[in-house]
Write a protein that binds this ligand. Structure first.
Ligand code: BG6
Length: 602
C-alpha cells in the first residue's frame, strides 16, 4: 500500500510545504521512500526523492523550497523493488516530459519493463510505478492526448492500482482509479487528489468521489471525469464531508484492527496476483522440493500461520515440515540441521530479533533461508536467500490480522503448487473472506455476551483448526487481557478439563472433517456445566451439542479444498470476537497494554 497526492493551484505557490503536509498525512500508509515533483508550465520537472521517512527526505532535498502550480507526492510501501532512491517515486518517462506515481501493484511489471526497454524507452528502476508512466508514454509517443493515452495504458497494466501523472507544458494533472484508493478535493483556488480522505481533508471538505475505471483530469479551477471503458464524460458534483480526521485515517472504522480485518479480502486478492506473477515463486518451490528437512520458523501470530502451513504441506504436498518457535530452534534442532535443510522464516515485520537471531543460527549450519515477509526491505528480506512478499501494506494495529491471513494463504498457495495442484480456485477466497466477516458479525453478539466477563477461557481445535484455535487464543490474550489458552481439543481432557465449572466458556473451532471428535470434546465440557461455543460450517451435530454456534458460510471451492479454506477463514470470527470483547471490556484493541508491533529486542 502506498500513498499518492497531486495538486493544481491557480497561482504559482510554495508547493513544498503542501506536499510535505500531504506526505505526513499519508505516512501511516507506508514510509519506505518518499518523493515530490513540481511541473512548470515550461522547462524541467523538479523531481526530488529518496528512501527514508517524509521529514528526513524532505529536509535532505529541501522540499520546502519547491514552488509551482502543479505538484505530485508519493509515499512508498515497498512490494516490487527494495526501498532505494532509484525505486522511489515519482518516476519520469524516458525524456523527462512526463512524471507520475502510483499506489497499488502492477503485477505484470517485469514483463512490461522488458517490453519498454525493447521499444527503446529508458527504464531506470524495478518499481512498478515506473511501468505506469511508461505505459502512458507509449501512447503519448503514438500521438494520443493524455486522457486517451491513459485509457489505452490500462490495457497493458495488470493489477490493482491508481496513479497520478502530468506532462510538461500543460496546465493540468491526471489521475486514474483502477482498484486502489483515490479521491479528489476542490476549493475555489485548487483541485487535488489523494489516495484517501486524510490526505486531502485538511485542504478541503469538498470531496469528489472517484470509482474504479475512472480518469480525472484536473486543473486550478475545474476537473473532468472520463470513463476508462468507453471514453465518455461522467458528471459528478463535489460533496461536503464532515468525517473527522481520525476516523478518516481509519477508513471510517473505529479502530485500525477492524479496518485491517475488513482489508483482508482486498490484500488476499493482491497477494494471489503477486504470487501468480512472482519470478521468485518457482525458485522458492525448488528449494523446498530439494530440501531434506524443512523447518517453519516464526514467533507469535506468524508461528500459528506456520503451524497451519505445515498441515497444508502434509495434506497437499505429502511433505513434512517442522514448525518451531524461533528461539527454540537452536536448542531443539541446531545440531541436527545442515546444508540440505531449509528454513521458512515467517515474519510480518521482517525485524523480530528472535527470528533474525535464528536466521544467523541456521546460516551457521549452512541451511537454506527462505522468507515470507510483509515489510519489503526489512532485515529478513535482505538476509534471506529468497523471500515472497505478503502484499498486505502497512499493518498498524498491534494484533496481527491481515498479515496472518495472507501468511496462511501464501502457505496454502505454496502447498498446492508444491503438490502440483491448481491454485486457480483460490481466486474465490477474497469474496469468501467478506462473506465470513458478514456471517460472523451477524452472529457474534450472544457469544460476546457469553464470554466478555470471563477472565479465563479455552480455545480448542483439531487437525487443520488446531493452529486456528491457538491464534484465536492469542488474539484474546492480546486485546481482552483475559487468559485464553489455545489447545488441541483431544488434550483438554488430559488435565485442563479441571478448569470447567458452571458456565465456563470453551471455544471449539471445528473443521468439517473432525466433527465427531469435536462433539466428544463439547460433551466433555457441557456434561460438567461448561458453555461450549462451536465455530464451523453448518452441521446439525454442532447445533445439537453446543450451547452456541457461529456458522460459517461453506467455501465455494472444490471439495478437496473446503477443509483447508475453512481453517483459513475460521480465524476471522475469532479475530472479530476478540475485538468485540476487547471493546466490551473497555480496552483499545489497536494498542494493547505492554505489547509492541515489532520486538527488535531479545
Ligand atoms: C509480536 C507482535 O511482537 O511479534 C505479534 O505483537 C507478532 O503480532 C509477533 O505476531 C511476531 O512478529 P513478526 O513481525 O515477526 O511476524
Amino acid at each position: 500500500m502506498c500513498g499518492i497526492f497531486g495538486i493544481v493551484t491557480k497561482e504559482i505557490t510554495d508547493l513544498g510545504p503542501i506536499l510535505i503536509g500531504a506526505g505526513e498525512r499519508l505516512s501511516y500508509r507506508g514510509y519506505d521512500t518518499v518523493g515530490a515533483a513540481t511541473l512548470p508550465q515550461e522547462g524541467e520537472i523538479d523531481l526530488r526523492k529518496d528512501a527514508g521517512r517524509v521529514q528526513e527526505v524532505a529536509e535532505k532535498y529541501n522540499f520546502a523550497e519547491m514552488t509551482g502550480n502543479r505538484g505530485i507526492l508519493q509515499l512508498r510501501w515497498a512490494t516490487f523493488g527494495a526501498p532505494s532512491k532509484t525505486n522511489s517515486q515519482p518516476h519520469l518517462d524516458s525524456d523527462g516530459d512526463l512524471v507520475g506515481a502510483h499506489n497499488g501493484n502492477v503485477v505484470n511489471n517485469i514483463e512490461l519493463m522488458e517490453e519498454f526497454r525493447a521499444e527503446g524507452m529508458t527504464v531506470r528502476s524495478e518499481n512498478d510505478g515506473e511501468s505506469c508512466v511508461h505505459a502512458v508514454e507509449r501512447y503519448v509517443d503514438q500521438g494520443h492526448e493524455m486522457v486517451e493515452a491513459i485509457r489505452l495504458a490500462t490495457r497493458d497494466l495488470e493489477g490493482d492500482y491508481s496513479f497520478v501523472i502530468g506532462k510538461v507544458g500543460e496546465d493540468r494533472l491526471y489521475a486514474i482509479k483502477m482498484g486502489s484508493g483515490l479521491v479528489a478535493g476542490v476549493t475555489d483556488d485548487l483541485v487535488c487528489i489523494g489516495s484517501d480522505l486524510p490526505s486531502i481533508l485538511p485542504i478541503t471538505r469538498k470531496i469528489v468521489r472517484l470509482y474504479d475505471g475512472e480518469i480525472i483530469s484536473f486543473w486550478a479551477d475545474g476537473y473532468e471525469i472520463t470513463s476508462v471503458e468507453d471514453g465518455s464524460r461522467i458528471e459528478r458534483e463535489p460533496q461536503l464531508v464532515e468525517v473527522s480526521m481520525e476516523i478518516a485515517q481509519k477508513g471510517g472504522y473505529p479502530h485500525f484492527m477492524l479496518k485491517e480485518i475488513h482489508e483482508q479480502s482486498q490484500v488476499a486478492g493482491e497477494l494471489l496476483k503477486v504470487l501468480d506473477n512472482s519470478p521468485d515463486l518457482e525458485p522458492f518451490l525448488e528449494k523446498l522440493r530439494d530440501a531434506r528437512d524443512i523447518y517453519v520458523i516464526a514467533c507469535g501470530t506468524s508461528y500459528h500461520a506456520g503451524l497451519l502451513g505445515a498441515v497444508f504441506f502434509n495434506k497437499f504436498a505429502g511433505r513434512s515440515a517442522i514448525p518451531v518457535l524461533a528461539p527454540q530452534f537452536a536448542a531443539q534442532y541446531g545440531s541436527a540441521v545442515g546444508p540440505d535443510d531449509v528454513g521458512i522464516f515467517i515474519t510480518q515485520s521482517g525485524e523480530t530479533k528472535d527470528v533474525i537471531n535464528t536466521v544467523e543460527a541456521a546460516r551457521a549450519r549452512g541451511m537454506g533461508v527462505l522468507g515470507l515477509v510483509n515489510v519489503v526491505g526489512s532485515t529478513l528480506t535482505l538476509i534471506s536467500d529468497l523471500h515472497l512478499p505478503l502484499a498486505c501494506g502497512y499493518e498498524i494495529s498491534v494484533p496481527a490480522t491481515k498479515t496472518y491471513l495472507n501468511q496462511v494463504l501464501a502457505l496454502l498457495y505454496l502447498a498446492l503448487r508444491w503438490g502440483g495442484k491448481d491454485t486457480g480456485p483460490l481466486a474465490g477466497i477474497p469474496e469468501m473472506i467478506d462473506r465470513t466477516i458478514e456471517a460472523s458479525e451477524e452472529q457474534l453478539d450472544p457469544i460476546v455476551e457469553q464470554v466478555k466477563d470471563w477472565d479465563d477461557l479455552y480455545s480448542l481445535g483439531y487437525g487443520l483448526t488446531y493452529p486456528v484455535a491457538l491464534e484465536g487464543a492469542l488474539k484474546f490474550k492480546e486485546i481482552t487481557y483475559a487468559h485464553c489458552e489455545g489447545m488441541l481439543s483431544t488434550e483438554f481432557k488430559h488435565g485442563p478439563l479441571s478448569a470447567v465449572t458452571d458456565g465456563y466458556p470453551v471455544l471449539f473451532t471445528a473443521g468439517p472433517e473432525d466433527i465427531p471428535l469435536i462433539v466428544s470434546g463439547i460433551n466433555e465440557v457441557t456434561c460438567r456445566g461448561g458453555q461450549a461455543i462451536a465455530i464451523g460450517l453448518e452441521d446439525s451435530r454442532l447445533e445439537a451439542n453446543a450451547q452456541q454456534t457461529l456458522t460459517l458460510p461453506r467455501p465455494d471451492l472444490p471439495e478437496e479444498l473446503v477443509p483447508a479454506a475453512t481453517a483459513l477463514l475460521s480465524a476471522v470470527p475469532l479475530q472479530l470476537l476478540s475485538y468485540q470483547v476487547s471493546l466490551a471490556r473497555g480496552y483499545d484493541p489497536d494498542f494493547p497494554r505492554n505489547l509492541s508491533k515489532t520486538l527488535t529486542v531479545d
